[in-house]
Design a protein around this ligand. Structure first.
Ligand code: ASC
Length: 150
């Protein structure tokens, strides 16, 4: 019990000392978290992309289900780019932290465009999804080109 308390206090201390990554016990966790969130996002975005590009038939129910996941998961990666998470098993470029205003702007643009895809996919009209998809894909690419090592 005593050891447990000590560990708990140590964990709490570490958390309080690094408010920018308060949700994560250690930098590796933040890196793993954002990579997994981006991976899940890519899966659901990709399924909508297949419909938007006519590679699979438009299915309103599937589109809406993918949209619900995308809506939530697109908000998750950004809090995991805190200070001290630039080193480790990551392709994140130093520019993310050196030019954080530019990075935050790119992340905001992505969320704006994803919100349009989500609305279109929930709306159940293939043409709306087609119209919204390209802009969102462009914001993914923009961030990868500028902030991720090849
Ligand atoms: C996707 C996906 C990305 C983006 C990007 C767009 O479906 O996984 O990272 O689109 O390829 O250029």
């Amino acid at each position: 019990m005593k050891i447990r308390h000590t560990l708990l206090l140590a964990a709490l201390g570490a958390t309080l000392a690094t408010p920018s990554q308060a949700q994560f016990a250690k930098p590796e966790d933040a890196i793993k978290y954002r990579k997994n969130a981006l991976f899940v996002m890519s899966q659901h975005f990709g399924r909508l992309g297949a419909m938007a590009q006519g590679r699979v038939p438009f299915d309103a129910k599937a589109a809406a289900e993918n949209a619900v996941v995308l809506e939530t998961v697109s908000k998750l990666p950004w809090a995991a780019f805190g200070e001290g998470t630039d080193k480790g098993d990551t392709r994140a470029k130093p520019e993310i932290w050196k030019e954080s205003a530019k990075f935050n702007d790119a992340a905001d643009k992505m969320q704006t465009e994803i919100a349009k895809v989500v609305a279109a996919a929930k709306g159940g009209k293939a043409d709306d999804l087609k119209a919204a998809f390209g802009g969102a894909a462009g914001t993914c690419k923009n961030c990868h080109d500028n902030f991720r090592t090849p």
